[in-house]
Design a protein around this ligand. Sequence first.
Ligand code: MN
Length: 279
Amino acid sequence: MSDPKHDSANKAGLRPNGRPRILVVNDDGATAPGIRALADAMADLGEVIVVAPDKPQSGMGHAITINAPLFVEELASFGPGIPVYAVSGTPVDCVKLARDVILDRPADLVVSGINHGSNSAINVLYSGTMSAAMEGALEGIPAIGFSLLDYSMAADFRGAQQAATHLAQQALAHGLPKGTLLNVNIPKGAPESIRGMRWCRQADAQWVEEFDARTDPRGRKYYWLTGRFQNYDEGHDADETALKQGFVSIVPVRYDFTDYPALEGLRQTWRLPDAATPS
Ligand code: MN
């Protein structure tokens, strides 16, 4: 008997029903409106499986759960043929469990989101949305994270859905370079107000004035992470600029953090101790 999970005949493009398999994940949790909007958009393109945290996990980045058990619970489906699984862990746990436990065959595409709030510029580092997509890319699967610049639970996701449909189609048709995933951010508002899409680089920005200090009823000081996003980058090709001008920003991201130009320069200028000689 062949093991369906390891049967190469079932790999991408050879689905028995000819439809690609799309894994939908997020960090805002299985009940967030954004993931339902993304699953609905993907349903036209293939077979959709939703695997998401059972509670909000924003800002968890690439965290994994190693000191606690993980529970997987099947929830009510989002619609005919769209199963939904809730995981008691992080966004990255969801992608790992999907691969190893929930799916009998690998996904052809991993899409994450639609996040409630921006993941432009350096936010990619903290984002559970983007880390879930990154985990898909680590598994060799084309992966895209989608984020809408609107925190409201009643946000208009239609523009983001249109962008997701278009880019998922492109990813299924063309794939992505190995090790690369896409960070897609969508301006807030009705779809008619979106001016188009633009390839971008990550803007130079940071968070400042991060902590709000207060005093608890027992006189102890405590701190609440808050802060203000400060953009230093007005470049035409920066994602912040595109979003400000009403465009969807698309930034190709790599999980290989190696700074290759710096590696060369450092090799030539820094002196490292000579290799130990055997005595
Ligand atoms: Mn989130």
